[in-house]
Design a protein around this ligand. Sequence first.
Ligand code: NAD
Length: 400
Amino acid sequence: MSVPQRHHRPAVHGLPATGAPCTGRAVATVPPARHRVRFTPDLLDPADPALARAGGPPGPRLVVVEARVYELYGRRIHAYLAGRGIDYEVLVLLAHEQLKTMDSVFRVADRMEYVGVSRRGDPVIAIGGGVLTDIVGLACSLYRRATPFVRVPTTLTGLLDAGVGAMAGAADHGRRGNRIGPYRPAAETLLDPAFLATLDRRHIGNGLAEILKVALIKDRRLFELLERHGPVLLDGRFQDRCPGAEVLTRAVHGMLRELRPDPREHRPERLTDYGHSFSPTVEMRALPELLHGEAVCVDMALTTVLARRRGLLDAGQGERILRLMRRLELPVWHPLIEPLTLGEALADTARHREGRRLPLPSGLGRGVFVSDLTISELADSASELRNWAAEERAAGGVRA
Ligand SMILES: NC(=O)c1ccc[n+]([C@@H]2O[C@H](COP(=O)([O-])OP(=O)(O)OC[C@H]3O[C@@H](n4cnc5c(N)ncnc54)[C@H](O)[C@@H]3O)[C@@H](O)[C@H]2O)c1
């Protein structure tokens, strides 16, 4: 409802004259965050209209495809778009963590300008991993006060996290990850696990770390499925319906359930932030050594030890978690897990989350929030974890 401005004397350049009472009203300027996520197997089958119809009425489309994905699926993408009679333009973009920059964002914006993408109508389609979908999301959020976009994640991390979160669009700045970005939701996200068939083993493991996060903090059954089938999932790249489909569905639904009450991700206390307390700093400082999920796993290994030392996990549960991480071929330790980096990471996360509490596992599949971590507690946990990893390595473990 509008409350008219009342000026007792004429306003000059839109400002009330001196002494006039300032009246006005709050104006809601942020559009509601609506965002649809759905599984769409066989997405590139021209018989399936899902991609052609996603995000808006039929019309011309700019399709931004990550370079490796284009090598593997370019022919099928062209066949799909041509087969559905779409007037389209493809931009092939090299996208990896070191290229998550504003330069990449501007390359997408340049092409949007070149093809004359209209502001409200034709969505841009992003097909690729989390880096590509974040870059396109940011370009679309900035271009002409926001252009709709559709995400088609092609990595496991993308399917679970980068593709499922309602807030999409970010670039790195300086030594900080994802510092620039309005986090505006995609119009629609289409999940097709068939893309995982070509993903390399390390990136499957990388995504499994995010699944493990959901399992540890929210879903005991998911943890048990990973214990039973983790190595098979690594080998089979989620192409077997059983157990791949159940694991993926539980993990995606776990993420969505957590995000649903807070689509804009403003609530600072979220269980799915587990594994993301120290990892942002470690990941950026270790670049390009650790992938996102690997840094998350190192964070979870540290906080598993910490939770066990606090009595939130018993010794057997702590051991099961660390052993599962190793069976998923994920690192459990890194030289940056040391007091100085951990202290800085904690301060940065506390600032980012406005001092709110951090999640820790409490038993398998449950979490609690704490606000009283100390540097000495972190240092003791780090040193215990280092010893565990060293013993494991000496005993012939996979990778620390
Ligand atoms: N927006 C969010 O909510 C959110 C959430 C989690 C993570 N992220 C971001 O996601 C990024 C990590 O994403 P990622 O792990 O997908 O990494 P990525 O985008 O770098 O992709 C990993 C590699 O996989 C290749 N690739 C992609 N799809 C493939 C396929 N189907 N077959 C073969 N190779 C393929 C790519 O060429 C790339 O080299 C990080 O920058 C992180 O910040 C965003």
